[in-house]
Design a protein around this ligand. Sequence first.
Ligand SMILES: Nc1ncnc2c1ncn2[C@@H]1O[C@H](COP(=O)(O)OP(=O)(O)OP(=O)(O)O)[C@@H](O)[C@H]1O
Length: 290
Amino acid sequence: MTRPTVTAAGLTLRYHSTVALGGVSFSLGDGVTGLLGPNGAGKTSLLRILATSIVADGGDLRILGVDPHTAAGRLTVRRQLGYLPQNPGFYPTFTAFAFVDYVAILKEMTDRRARHDEVRRVLAAVGLADQRNKKIKNLSGGMRQRVALAAALLGDPGLLVLDEPTVGLDPEQRLRFRELVAGLGEGRTVLLSTHQTEDVTTVCQRVIVLDAGSIRFEGDPVDLASVARGRVWSSPTRAPGALVSWRTGTGAYRNVGHAPPRAQLVEPTLEDGYLLLIDPTRVQGAGAAA
Ligand SMILES: Nc1ncnc2c1ncn2[C@@H]1O[C@H](COP(=O)(O)OP(=O)(O)OP(=O)(O)O)[C@@H](O)[C@H]1O
């Protein structure tokens, strides 16, 4: 990894009696890191801490060399941060240009000409130069996400935090968005929270798996797939001893867990490794747990 941009040690967060983060430690460097985890894993909570919108209850955090627990530290981080929250608050009657310009004003870009140049630059970077005068309410979901990404790119931030940006996009829009994000890790740290293992396979150089407020894996996506080596097999019927088992398009079952003797082992994917690491009985859509 390049010199870390973010280092976290023992971060904790509670909402009343719910432990959202139970002491997480990790570091992030340049490139795109995927943050994978099931519903309620703590992903949004962690991203909001990095985006300085909430403060952790405990632990140490350094972002771009500063401590965001202090007011001065938070201001420094915010000036170098791009954040795309899960539900960006759009003003539907604004044009794409007016919306991004408004965010730029909030980001203290006071010189009007330089600000407008910057707004045009970020809209072009996300492929919306031609759509800039359209009202947000008339844009597709994928285009809206790109408007939000453009706003996050204002000022060329060193740290970009993206919270489930591909949710709700159709396959073509998702592809387009992935392509964009893949290009953003050059010389900058990007943290991409997602439920989609495919986002990680196609875009990320590193991956963190978070489950029930704890980190289960941090490293190379290829190594996450390797976690399941020797533990994925194919069978004509659902394997009774599998942790997770699902019927594939060929009619055969793909099973993940402790393979029985003489099982027909198959090449593991990142998704298999992920399913092994989290509690698969809580994973929706992965098929019945035996
Ligand atoms: N404002 C809140 N008040 C109380 N509990 C909360 C609050 N926000 C989150 N939680 C709880 O904290 C835990 C972590 O939630 P968080 O939203 O960070 O997870 P997540 O991985 O982003 O989930 P999802 O993928 O569903 O968005 C969950 O148990 C959630 O119910």
